[in-house]
Design a protein around this ligand. Structure first.
Ligand code: KG4
Ligand code: ZN
Length: 348
């Protein structure tokens, strides 16, 4: 008998539902993106996001069940993102999940969104060699994890200021490019020379596995408008724009790759996987695939649809929680912050 879990995700600006079989086979993966709704504000407006989730959640859940050809009564559990995220948004997914669990007597599984991004590695490759190193790079989070087993991770480092995706979104705004900035910069960088403009790579201390991207954004600002000079007439165009976008993208990718190298020197990992919206970036994927220092590791680059916010990763991690007997009560709370990741011990 197969296990079928419905996953629900509403932590940010995607309303998503998916059905995953036996923790690894995606039967459906439905995502409604609110990007168009938030584009004019260049970022997610919490009240607008939660209202849109409320409008969309039931049709999206119905579509996921229909596409998977599973009736709600035939589900084995419902997994829902309950942290971290905007509380008003999380509550919409939670309310839907709880209602289904109550009506159909199903176990409820509360999933951490960042852990679900980490877990994407297992969805992409159920035989992921362990221990693994996982990079989560998204609009809200940039962190490195040591993965010992499904659902058992140790945080090695995190961002001290902006997330990688946030840096790309803010950089794109400075360059006059649309929101979301990551894909806009990736497109604008085509044909650009990343060495044409010098931008900093902040690596923090020699041992640090943390990230910092706010200096990069400021450096771009001063490149566009040197201190003491009048504001430019308009955003850069043509070759200059391509070079700036390529240089900015390269600076973000360089830091991510450098930290992964550093972490792999320190921890005896067998594989490397990536998740989060920034993991869709082709330049990052290319650099990881061709890096000589990382070549010994089994590299997992999940399908881009599994890197962006989705509910398949939530259902898949939910399957692990169910196996571990970690069902939640129906009073499960929405929590704004991520699960605290214990600091990993560094190998001498
Ligand atoms: O994981 P995600 O969909 O949502 C959050 O949990 O934040 O990540 C969204 C972030 C945005 O900052 C967006 O600019 C970035 O991922 N992103 C990309 C690409 N596609 C999305 N960054 C670089 N290259 C891309 N192709
Ligand atoms: Zn995310």
């Amino acid at each position: 008998m197969h296990e079928r879990i419905l996953g629900i995700e509403t932590s940010c600006d995607e309303t998503a539902a998916a059905v995953v079989q036996d923790g690894r086979t995606v039967l459906s993966n439905v995502v409604h993106s609110q990007v168009a709704l938030h584009a004019r504000w260049r970022g997610v407006v919490p009240e607008v996001a939660s209202r849109s989730h409320t409008e969309r959640i039931l049709p999206i859940v119905e579509a996921a069940l229909r596409q998977a050809e599973v009736a709600p009564g035939d589900l084995d559990a419902v997994a829902v993102t309950h942290r971290p995220g905007m509380v008003g948004c999380l509550l919409v997914g939670l309310a839907a999940a709880k209602a289904l669990c109550w009506r159909f007597s199903l176990p409820l599984l509360g999933v951490d969104h960042v852990q679900a991004h980490v877990h994407t590695g297992f969805l992409a490759d159920p035989d992921l060699p362990l221990p693994a190193l996982a990079l989560v790079a998204s609009g809200g989070h940039t962190a490195l994890y040591l993965v010992h087993a499904p659902g058992r991770t140790e945080r090695l480092g995190t961002t001290r200021d902006d997330a990688a995706g946030e840096a790309l979104d803010k950089g794109a705004a400075l360059l006059g490019l649309p929101y979301p900035g990551g894909p806009a910069i990736e497109r604008a960088a085509v044909g650009g020379d990343p060495r044409a403009v010098a931008l900093p790579r902040t690596l923090l201390g020699p041992d640090s596995l943390d990230f910092s991207f706010s200096g990069l954004k400021t450096a771009l600002l001063y490149t566009l408008q040197p201190q003491g000079s009048p504001p430019p007439a308009g955003p850069p165009t043509g070759q200059r724009l391509q070079d700036l976008a390529a240089a900015y993208q390269e600076a973000v990718v360089d830091v991510l790759v450098a930290k992964l190298r550093r972490a792999s020197e320190r921890h005896p990992v067998r594989s490397l996987c990536i998740g989060g919206g920034v993991a869709r970036n082709l330049r990052l994927r290319e650099r990881l695939a061709s890096d000589p220092q990382l070549a010994a590791l089994h590299l997992v680059l999940p399908d881009p649809a599994l890197c962006a916010d989705n509910a398949a990763m939530v259902a898949s991690l939910g399957a692990t929680l169910r196996r571990q007997g970690l069902a939640a009560e129906l009073d499960l709370d929405a929590i704004a912050t991520p699960q605290s990741g214990g600091k990993a011990k560094v190998r001498p």
